[in-house]
Design a protein. Structure first.
Ligand code: UD1
Length: 430
């Protein structure tokens, strides 16, 4: 398995181009299952999760073709999807166990083909991750759902019907799935307590371009008037706010200055406010964020992860890496996932002083320095937190299980090297 070696101590300065958002691209790709016409997605990041979802959908019969194109200063992938010959309505265990977001096939396939079988994903490193809200909402829309041999078998022989649905939690995945299902349902669906993440508004924009009738964009109440057919469309994937937030911390922690090009500051209001509060300089333009940690001492701060526009759980681990070397103490409370402190013991092995209280809170007391060590993480964002710690640690840090990073950070070493990091990938065969 590949590893990443980081030698700490370099100050990072320069520009980083932010890629399209993985978590937006995944449901956008699945939206192409709603129509037999071509859906063209631009600014798709080159990530293993995307390749993986494409291979699941190709197995089902989706036609996928790709070309590389210039997108706002960098090269990104453009994919053309055509779902005119879907043959398999089953997402097998071998695919789903490798990527939970395969559940985005549920809503579109059930709405268009009236049947879908989907392997139940089970838990993962950050928590139990149930999909009960997805399933009970589809039931409210008239689907019958059975669990057989580890598979969800969903049927709606007479098509899905509009319903008034109140989510018990503002789930991102369930909001996307029900938006897609309701777009082809008969009648009007109303979702209350819907998620409001930028990835959701991006999906709404694509669906509306395809002919869906969705109102309430950006709010927690969404109304979807079902239509009988959807059409092709061309859409650009929104910038990845979590990638931008991660590199913002790379600038801060190394006391450098990085301009994050194509980043959208509006999508990062809470994290940027916290960085400013910690003493880091933030400047924003209409398409970039400049993060300046030069000649600054920064202090601890408290974060509480919450649904958007609250502080994103997907930036919790990276902020914790920064807090390990901030002056004073920081309190981190994780409210979304029940098991998202797996990076703490690894950061402590590098010299951090962190105490976990119960399952949801951790106190980080700033130390003067970290030291390099071999480390490994159990999820994508935690892996990036260890890279961040490695950037300032004395000596060499080896981050194992790089496949996590390849799922969600496009050209990670290339981007960090370009701003001055001493980082390299050690190939398995090296
Ligand atoms: C998405 C993101 C993930 C991010 C998370 C929260 C993708 C591919 N992943 O995950 O990176 O950390 O949003 O911002 O976009 N829940 C239920 N029942 C359900 C669904 C969710 O109880 O049916 C709970 C979850 O256990 C969790 C909370 O709701 O506590 C939020 O989960 P959700 O928003 O659904 O996360 P994902 O869409 O899986």
């Amino acid at each position: 398995m590949d590893k990443i070696k980081v030698i700490g101590g370099n100050t990072l300065e320069g520009k980083i181009y932010i890629s399209g958002a993985k978590n937006a691209a995944l449901p956008l790709i699945c939206a192409s299952l709603l129509t037999e016409k071509e859906v063209i997605l631009k600014n798709v990041p080159k990530l293993s999760d995307i390749t993986f979802l494409n291979s699941l959908l190709e197995f089902m019969g989706l036609k996928v073709s790709k070309k590389e194109e210039e997108y706002k200063g960098t090269l990104a992938d453009t994919f053309v999807y055509k779902a005119d010959e879907i043959k398999e309505l089953i997402a097998p265990y071998d695919f789903v166990r490798k990527m939970r977001a395969s559940y985005y096939v549920l809503g579109p396939l059930l709405a268009r083909f009236k049947h879908v079988e989907f392997s139940l994903p089970g838990g993962c490193a950050i928590g139990a991750r149930p999909i009960d809200i997805h399933l009970s909402s589809l039931e409210q829309m008239g689907a019958t759902i059975e669990i057989k041999n580890g598979y969800v078998v969903a049927d709606a022989p007479n098509g899905l019907k509009g319903a008034n649905i109140i989510f018990s939690k503002a789930s991102v995945g369930a909001t996307c799935n029900i938006l897609m299902a309701a777009s082809l349902a008969q009648g009007v669906t109303k979702i209350e307590n819907a998620a409001k993440e930028p990835e959701i508004t991006d999906l709404i924009d694509l669906l509306n371009k395809m002919g869906a009738k969705i109102t309430g964009r950006g709010t927690s109440v969404l109304t979807i008037e079902g239509v009988s057919n959807l059409y092709g469309a061309v859409h650009e994937v929104v910038a990845d706010r979590i990638e931008a937030g991660s590199y913002a911390i790379a600038a801060a922690i190394t006391k450098g200055r990085i301009e994050l090009i194509n980043a959208n500051a509006e999508h990062l209001q809470q994290p940027l406010r916290i960085l400013e509060k910690m003493g880091i300089g933030i400047e924003t333009t209409n398409n970039s964020i400049i993060v300046d940690g030069r000649n600054r001492t920064f202090t601890g701060a408290d974060i509480y992860t919450d649904y958007y526009p609250g502080f994103p759980t997907d930036l919790q681990a990276q902020f914790m890496a920064l807090m390990t070397v901030a002056e004073g103490a920081s309190l981190v409370t994780e409210s979304i996932w029940e098991n998202r402190f797996m990076h703490v013991p690894e950061l402590c092995r590098m010299g951090a002083n962190i105490n976990i209280h119960g399952r949801a809170s951790a106190i980080v007391r700033g130390v003067n320095k970290l030291s390099g060590a071999p480390v490994m993480a159990t999820d994508l964002r935690a892996s990036f937190a260890l890279i961040l710690a490695g950037l300032i640690a004395e000596g060499e840090t080896i981050v194992n299980r790089v496949y996590h990073l390849d799922r969600g950070y496009e050209k990670l070493e290339e981007k960090l090297k370009a701003v001055g990091a001493n980082i390299e990938r050690i190939k398995e065969s090296d």
